[in-house]
Design a protein around this ligand. Sequence first.
Ligand code: NDP
Length: 245
Amino acid sequence: MTEKRVALVTGGSRGIGAAIVKQLAKDGLHVVAMARNVDKLAEVVAAVTADGGTAEPLACDIADGKALAAAIEGIADKHGRLDVLVNNAGITKDGLILRMDDSDFDDVINTNLKSAFVAIRTAARSIMRSKTGRIVNISSVSGVAGNAGQANYAASKAGLIGLSKSVAKELAGKGVTCNVVAPGFITTDMTDVLNDKIKDTVKQVIPLRRFGEAKEIAAAVSFLASEGASYITGQVLVVDGGMVM
Ligand code: NDP
């Protein structure tokens, strides 16, 4: 059995997920970084190794539930343990509701919400055996407050909150905690697509007057995944520069 606590981070190839992989490795965990882009995963793993940590890549499309479950079972078999699960991978397919078609809704729910359900269900047995089992799901302020043009995305992210609170109650008896981190606007590929005018308008409604950095989300995840966060469960930690309060 691997000696270090073992974590799985979905969407670990870039953006917030890559920052979480690096932070958890710095915290002393062995991190499995999952995503579809193998080259990007290799870059993240190389950065972890250069920093003295340990990580490994795991290629998987989380929208394929069977593949996701098999990949997670493989981690438990290989390492004999899985202590921390971070459901971070997510996509957007924005549009106003009058023009949003079924596939845009289904794809976002499947990738952002159903994958988290499948991952938790598959990982639960291993996580329950851990003395420090932690699940952290990455939602969004859109899931907390709603957002015009993001009915599908906001539904998926609000769904993650309900899922997390239910799992928190179900697994509490085994000492497993399940919490949510809800980022505001963070500088990544996901927000790079916004034009400068939108970015400036958004900054006006953020009390801290700037977008967040991926490492600022990773810091929140690091805390919730730590042994010190053992009495916090079912909570939503909003990390958004004060935008939604
Ligand atoms: P990015 O678009 O930068 O990265 C998304 C990550 O998810 C990539 O690693 C991508 O890897 C992975 N991913 C997407 N689809 C799949 C799939 N089908 N299978 C496996 N991996 C997949 O996003 P961010 O880093 O910005 O966002 C990370 C999380 O934070 C998301 O859940 C997002 O909704 C949430 N969030 C982000 C905010 C922001 O402002 N950036 C604000 C609020 C929430 P690959 O393409 O290699 O498969």
